[in-house]
Design a protein around this ligand. Structure first.
Ligand code: SAM
Length: 204
């Protein structure tokens, strides 16, 4: 039993509930735009399910075993058929060219092997398929970026592996997709704090 995974799954919706209304537009621009045979990586508690189009054939890949009861509850609540598979983004258990769309929201900050994850996403996407992403990223402001580097070890520990300081726009832009559409935003999390985010899609 991984106690950190268990606590993370138990607390995820509770901790996120105050910020979740601010994520709706980003979920619409990722899950809401995906179509056809869709793979969502790191589905967590299924927060994206209500945004998928009704005819979506949805498969989710999740590494935390304690998320699966929540995935099932969410699928029932949202009246969507979901095939859920336990596994990791850096070893996706599907054949090449399997999916029309792939979705990650707030996941690439956490994956252990980012480089292999991107290669795997490209491998299982069909030619012309789209990767939809919404992620928080390292600040471009020098002092703030340094601060994120400094507190990252503690942040990682407290958040079950999330990294505050990944330059995911750079990683996605340099990954060999043919077309990339990417917007940056400052997500308000209350108080005077905002977190830099990216949302967009990359076509193979
Ligand atoms: C911060 S949560 C985001 C959940 C959901 N996507 C959302 O938008 O609310 C990250 C999720 O990704 C999962 N995860 C982390 N690394 C993973 C990996 N390498 N492969 C598959 N799932 C992973 C975690 O277990 C967790 O459920």
């Amino acid at each position: 039993m991984n106690i950190n995974d268990k606590i993370f799954a138990f607390l995820y919706d509770l901790v996120n509930q105050s910020v979740e209304p601010n994520l709706i537009d980003f979920r619409k621009m990722t899950a809401g735009y995906a179509s056809g045979n869709v793979l969502e990586i790191g589905a967590g508690t299924g927060a994206n399910f209500r945004f998928y189009k009704p005819d979506t054939q949805l498969t989710v890949l999740e590494k935390n075993e304690y998320m699966f009861p929540k995935i099932i509850d969410s699928a029932i609540r949202c009246e969507i058929d979901v095939t859920s598979v336990r596994g990791t983004s850096y070893n996706i258990p599907f054949a090449d060219n399997s999916f029309d769309s792939i979705v990650t929201t707030l996941v690439l900050c956490t994956v252990d092997d980012l480089e292999s994850t991107i290669l795997e996403i490209k491998r299982v996407l069909k030619p012309g398929g789209a990767f939809y992403f919404y992620e928080h990223v390292k600040s471009k402001e020098r002092i703030r970026g340094k601060f994120e580097d400094y507190i990252n070890p503690m942040w990682r520990y407290l958040t079950n592996g999330c990294n505050l300081n990944r330059d995911l726009a750079e990683v996605i832009s340099g990954s060999g997709f043919t077309k990339i559409y990417l917007q940056t935003h400052q997500l308000s999390v209350g108080l005077p704090i905002t977190i830099p985010n990216i949302v967009g899609n990359a076509v193979l």
